[in-house]
Design a protein around this ligand. Structure first.
Ligand code: HEC
Ligand code: HEC
Length: 441
């Protein structure tokens, strides 16, 4: 069924079948070179780590058949002057929608030209050059001669950022950090062909555009392609913040609503969100009441003859578990020490956020009522619960707000919420101490 849907998408895209075949061959060749099909038991830990990092940063799992072949985003990026359509995407535009550039991929001449202001950041041709250097974090360009013949996405586009060490948006990779600048909705809405999306969701293009425009920076809606819900009952976007991919070792269930383990969710995302080519199984998605879009599209049972995803899951998980957790440098230690006592004591925080993972040990899910919030997002998950967010590395998550949808703009607002939810009656000093502790986790 999914193969059929994909087939329809490809049919729409005309010459895309040819692209599809080429990319599958290219990916298989890549897999052979990087040896990412090796079984974990037979690989040394270092090799496994290197394979997982390669997959996390660079592997599209064949998803260029969707982003390039079907949606034709490569054409929008190139622009009519370079064999595509429309004005094209200049480096300035790419940085403005939150895409990041890996400075270590830039040759000295390009860095010098950038520093001297001699690189025309208004010219889409420069974007193509950056893609050819494989320097745009999480975006892969596929070239035939000098033409951008397709493009795909990797995990890193959402779950990596850069340290801005060269310039804003340009620097060394920070894998696992959520890219809270990335406007996924704005990027997807550039697609010249939205028919694959309107067909999947069963709505018109204006509706798709409205949903995508409402996401804003740092957000994506992983459940939209399952239940078709673009908006919450209060009219706000149903999208959630992109979470960190670090700090998850020892954590049982993943995602804001506890869909499953890391390998479960990685398979889910690579197949159903990135639209890579693989196999996936989850009978829960056959429930047409909760997941009408997924049930219609056959997402409960995805089969492809060539599986570009499953063999890469062991190393990918290994890499994610190895990602370092960042810590804030500028924490008031005295205040943080007092905050810890509140967190573990009268604040009752550690009752769910148990150190060292800062999520519940065991089954880490709770109904919205346990933390005084609505169940809209929980009800979009087969668990009908919220997962206790692992709190380490908060310094990488300070932009975009807190809780799954960013409803609390600051940590102070989160603490105020718990204060009234749990009837804690914390003093102003206790609240700021608690915030100091959270910032340093
Ligand atoms: C388009 C942006 C995007 C891409 C690409 C993406 N993710 Fe995510 N990821 C998200 C969002 C948004 C969530 C939260 C989903 C939810 O809770 O419903 C998430 C959740 C996760 C989580 C759960 C984190 C936690 O706190 O439990 C992990 C792990 C993860 N993604 C890993 C990956 C991997 C590995 C890839 C590549 C195979 C990937 N993601 C690709 C946006 C993305
Ligand atoms: C009943 C279990 C429970 C208790 C007790 C609890 N939390 Fe939470 N916490 C959660 C859940 C579940 C979430 C996820 C909510 C969401 O994403 O909508 C969360 C989210 C958070 C977040 C947001 C993290 C992020 O990155 O968005 C912070 C910060 C936080 N809690 C701090 C605290 C503090 C401080 C206390 C004590 C005053 C506390 N929690 C007590 C379950 C709990």
């Amino acid at each position: 069924m999914v193969t059929k849907v994909l087939g329809r998408m490809l049919g729409v895209a005309g010459a895309a079948i040819a692209v599809y075949v080429v990319v599958v061959i290219a990916n298989v060749a890549l897999a052979a070179v990087s040896g990412s099909n090796a079984s974990p038991e037979r690989s040394s830990p270092n090799r496994l780590l290197a394979q997982g990092r390669h997959t996390f940063r660079f592997d599209t799992f064949g998803d260029q058949a969707f982003w390039g072949g079907a949606l034709q985003l490569n054409q929008a990026i190139a622009g009519s002057a370079n064999g595509g359509v429309g004005p094209g995407v200049s480096p300035k535009t790419a940085l403005a929608v939150g895409l990041k550039v890996d400075s270590t991929r830039l040759p000295r001449a390009v860095k010098d030209a950038l520093k001297a202001g001699k690189l025309n950041l208004d010219d889409p041709k420069v974007t193509l050059a950056l893609l050819k250097l494989n320097a745009v974090v999480g975006v892969r360009g596929f070239f035939r001669d000098d033409r951008l013949s397709s493009m795909g996405l990797t995990c890193a586009v959402c779950h990596s950022t850069v340290d801005d060490s060269f310039a804003p948006g340009i620097g060394h990779r920070l894998d696992g950090w959520p890219n809270r600048d990335l406007n996924v909705g704005a990027i997807v809405s550039l697609a010249p062909n939205k028919k694959p999306l309107t067909d999947l969701l069963g709505v018109d293009e204006a509706t798709v555009d409205k949903v995508l425009a409402a996401w804003g920076p740092g957000k994506f809606d992983a459940e939209l392609f399952l239940d078709g819900k673009g908006f919450r009952p209060d009219g706000k976007s149903a999208a959630t913040l992109i979470p960190a991919a670090f700090g998850l070792a020892g954590v049982n269930l993943h995602t804001y609503t506890g869909w499953g383990s890391i390998p479960y969710w990685n398979a889910f995302v690579a197949n159903l969100e990135m639209h890579g080519i693989g196999n996936f199984e989850d009978a829960r998605l056959a429930d047409a009441n909760q997941f009408p879009v997924a049930a219609r599209a056959g997402f409960a049972h995805v089969r492809n003859e060539r599986d570009l995803i499953t063999p890469k899951l062991p190393a990918l998980q290994f890499y994610q578990l190895s990602l370092p957790v960042p810590h804030a440098q500028d924490v008031d230690r005295g205040a943080a020490r007092r905050g810890k006592a509140i967190f573990d004591g009268v604040g009752r925080c550690a009752g769910c956020h148990m150190p060292p993972t800062f999520t519940d040990s065991g089954w880490n899910l709770h109904p919205g009522s346990a933390i005084c919030i609505d169940d809209f997002q929980a009800d979009r998950s087969p668990t009908f619960r919220y997962r206790t967010t692992p709190l380490r590395g908060i310094v990488a998550k300070l932009n975009g707000g807190f809780y799954h949808d960013g409803r609390f703009p600051t940590l102070g607002a989160v603490v105020d919420h718990y204060d009234s939810c749990f009837g804690l009656h914390l003093s102003g000093r206790q609240k700021s101490d608690l915030v100091a502790y959270l910032r340093g986790l």
